[in-house]
Design a protein around this ligand. Structure first.
Ligand code: CP
Length: 302
């Protein structure tokens, strides 16, 4: 059974198959209209979400299928102490595929061992968020191409699961990666080790100015307040690495600015008005990309 648990499991061929299919759907949604009529996608979100949950829901409905929603933890039987394993074992009986978001790293891998329908990891704590990576790559490919480019990834690299997934996937392409963060929010050791093992060109910085003029893409992330063990540690780094048009003065005119969203104050609203801002386009790309992904997992073309 195919699951999507980690971007580290995706080859360049896998990624390109999804992105090509998403581009074809984007150009003509009619090619998949009604293809998954009668099938059901279960949305199991143990943590808040706007984009991931709603774009998966839209994607499944545009494929002709339907969705069911476990609802908030407070209104489900998780509140009564039901285990994750029991929860997904029950829900797989109601659905043809599951999308799972959970606060514990490793939860999607664990859950996938209890189900026979495809399961997509929609974020496991500070671990991975691979379907976000597919829409990130789609956005990069549309705006900067995916070969011979320089990407800066900035902000909370320690707890940012979108970063961990994207960094892995970019090693499949000819991409130079620069990581910009406070010392305390560097990439986790295991992610740095994995990137090093691939032989990818990867550099770390504490100062955006060191690398900004070289960048084709700047991927900004939110400081993940909810993952800090102590509020004091969050306050020490909150507000660092905020970008506005003045900070971006030395950047290429063609710089693509991305953010997985939600943002708090990492990107000043004035940047939204510039041609560099691609983060809303990025969020909207979640629909065709997740349509392509679901079509593949449910036995369509991909
Ligand atoms: N990018 C992302 O995962 O957003 P949500 O938390 O709103 O799903």
């Amino acid at each position: 059974r195919d699951h999507l648990i980690s971007a580290a499991h995706l080859s360049r061929d896998d990624i390109e198959a999804v992105l090509d299919h998403a581009a074809a759907i984007d150009a003509d949604p009619g090619i998949v209209r009604g293809r998954h009529a009668g099938r059901v996608l279960a949305l199991c979100f143990f943590e808040p979400s706007t984009r991931t949950k709603m774009s998966f829901e839209t994607a499944m409905k545009r494929l002709g299928g339907d969705t069911i929603d476990m609802g908030a933890v407070e209104s489900s039987s998780v509140k009564k102490g039901e285990s994750l394993a029991d929860t997904v074992r029950v829900i797989e009986g109601y659905a043809d595929a599951l999308v799972l978001r959970h606060p514990s790293e490793g939860s999607a891998k664990l859950a996938s061992e209890f189900v026979d329908v495809p399961l997509v990891n929609a974020g496991d704590g500070a671990g991975q968020h691979p379907s976000q990576t597919l829409l990130d790559l789609y956005t990069i490919r549309e705006n900067a191409g995916l070969d011979d480019i320089t990407v800066g990834i900035m902000g909370d690299l320690k707890y940012g699961r979108t970063v961990h997934s994207l960094a892995h996937a970019l090693t499949e392409f000819d991409v130079r990666q620069h990581f910009i963060s406070p010392e305390s929010l560097r990439l986790p050791r295991n992610v740095r080790y994995d990137l090093h093992e691939t032989g990818a060109e990867v550099r770390e910085h504490t100062d955006l100015d060191e690398v900004l003029p070289e960048l084709d893409v700047l991927y900004v992330t939110r400081i993940q307040r909810e993952r800090f063990p102590e509020e004091r540690e969050y306050r020490e780094v909150a507000g660092e690495y905020r970008i506005d048009n003045e900070v971006l003065a030395d950047a290429s005119e063609d710089l693509t600015v991305m953010h997985p969203l939600p943002r708090v104050d990492e990107i000043a609203p004035e940047v939204d008005e510039t041609a560099r801002a691609k983060y809303f386009e990025q969020a909207h790309n979640g629909v065709p990309v997740r349509m392509a992904l679901l079509d593949g997992l449910l036995g369509g073309d991909t």
